[in-house]
Design a protein around this ligand. Structure first.
Ligand code: SF4
Length: 489
């Protein structure tokens, strides 16, 4: 073999084509699956992102807020590009770009210079600071650093600068979201509780949800009830703002005054018990009014639970428009259930999304055959198992906790399913297994506008059902014999 200069190059390892073919076949076998599931010290294609990425999402949900990464520039680029590719919108954030000297001497100088520049250039109303791994490894003291920054006048003393420790070597983006949201609420509501005051509003905490359509759907439901609300944190306009020819650095977000007053609410509902665990725990102890934590309202049953809880908290009847909507969703499911009934699925993703997918599938008579969570705990497993145990369609389905998408591939090749539900990262395994991937969740890089279609609520149930069933009908049309190619399906 010769190189571009025509010089002979000795091939160090040559793999004969037949060996490549043999291995290609072998990785689809039970023998390989056993070895794959025995691996311990290596993760391949995990179905989660870094803690700070979730923190950045929470920060974008507040008016005039600049997300600030204390740590490595490369990490910051990763969060920004991931959000940017999913939403196809800018995800403006800054980083103090720590390098080797910061790692040795601590990152205070970087943080101070960064805060000074960020405030001067981008004029934010709030700067939300969170960390990448490097400052966490060396133990940077954010409390002291930010206090010093205010004392030295790098940012105004009165400007809120909430901060969260978000080390990615423990937890995932949902934990980063939770920590950042908690810190923002603690900061904004400090000293704002007024004895006897009630805003009459509902605080809705949607959790670490990357679907802007879901946020709009929650708001639409609450407006149908005629209930005043504050969404904490509202990313719907931040990542789905109108194209009007101008760039808006801070598009949308919950008003800081509303967030500050949220402590005097009538009630709070936190969605997603895994991505809002810390926040909800603190809200329960500190916010006035009543509090409830609910799973993502995916499918009819979970949406009913959400609607009934809203009605109960505010002593209102369910509006006729929502009752009609429920009826239409049930009708849509009845009209199409035959295309999904009994089908086997593999599902993966965040615990809160997983609970929603599994609940929805069981409800429509499908089987969530492989359920894979790449970072979860015993509680997630127990809650998922309880869903499976509560339905005849859950029998024989299995939960794989702390496993990655390479494990998923082995499952798909040795114990096939009809479809997969998850984010774009599963497309490679789906292609190998020759089954459709239904792209719900985060991130979705390879399809457009998916984040605009709600998955929650009755409308979300119709959307999921329509997408899944039509795909199965497409497959039938594409693969059936000519004599079975029908106009009616
Ligand atoms: S794991 Fe840590 S170092 Fe790697 S991208 Fe995430 S935050 Fe940065």
């Amino acid at each position: 073999m010769s190189n571009a200069l025509g010089l002979e190059v000795k091939t160090i390892v040559e793999t004969p084509p037949e060996e490549v073919e043999r291995v290609k076949e072998w990785i689809n076998t039970d023998e390989y699956k056993e070895k794959n599931f025995a691996r311990q010290a290596l993760v391949i294609n995990p179905a989660h992102a870094c803690q700070p990425l979730g923190a950045q999402l929470a920060a974008h949900g507040f008016e005039g807020t600049l997300p600030f990464v204390h740590g490595s520039q490369g990490c910051a680029s990763y969060y920004r590009s991931t959000l940017n590719r999913h939403f196809r919108e800018p995800a403006p954030a800054v980083s103090d770009a720590m390098t080797e000297d910061g790692a040795v001497f601590g990152g205070q100088n970087n943080l101070h210079e960064g805060l000074e520049n960020a405030y001067a250039i981008y004029k934010p109303k709030m700067i939300a600071v969170f960390t990448s791994c490097m400052p966490e490894v060396i133990g940077d003291d954010l409390t002291a650093f930010i206090k010093n920054a205010k004392q030295k006048g790098f940012v105004p003393k009165e400007m809120p600068v909430p901060y969260a420790n978000t080390p990615s070597f423990s937890g995932t983006h949902i934990n980063g979201y939770d920590s950042m949201l908690l810190s923002i609420l603690q900061n904004l509501t400090e000293g704002k509780q007024i004895e006897g005051r009630c805003t009459g509003k509902l605080n809705l905490i949607p959790g670490c949800d990357f679907n802007t359509g879901d946020y709009r759907e929650y708001k639409r439901i609450l407006e149908a009830f005629g209930i005043p609300y504050t969404v904490l944190a509202d990313i719907s306009d931040s990542f789905d703002s109108p194209c009007d020819g101008n760039y808006h650095l801070y598009a949308g977000g919950t008003k800081l005054d509303d967030a500050a007053d949220s402590i005097n609410c009538k009630a709070t509902i936190a969605i997603g018990s895994y991505s809002t665990a810390k926040t909800f725990g603190w809200v329960k102890d500190n916010f006035s009014g009543k509090h409830a934590s609910l799973p993502m309202p995916m499918g009819i049953e979970k949406t009913d639970a959400f609607i009934m809880k809203v009605a109960e908290l505010f002593g209102k009847d369910v509006p006729a428009s929502l009752k009609n909507e429920r009826g239409r969703a049930v009708d849509a499911i009845t009209d199409s259930h035959q295309y999904i009934h009994g089908k086997k699925f593999a599902v993966y993703g965040d615990p809160d999304y997983l609970m929603g997918y599994v609940s929805f599938l069981l409800e429509v008579g499908a089987r969530p055959h492989h359920i894979l969570c790449s970072r979860g705990n015993k509680k997630v497993e127990k809650d998922l198992q309880a869903l499976l145990d509560g339905s005849p369609f859950g029998q024989g389905c299995k939960i794989y906790m702390n496993k990655d998408l390479w494990h998923l591939r082995s499952l798909l090749m040795t114990d096939p399913v009809d479809g997969i539900i998850g984010d774009s990262h599963g497309k490679f395994a789906a292609r190998d297994a020759k089954v459709p991937l239904f792209r719900f969740g985060f991130p979705i890089f390879d399809r457009v506008n998916k984040h605009r279609y709600p998955l929650i609520g009755y409308q979300g149930a119709i959307n999921m059902m329509t997408e899944i069933c039509n795909k199965f009908i497409d497959i039938k049309d594409d693969t059936c014999e000519d004599r079975l190619f029908e106009l009616m399906r």
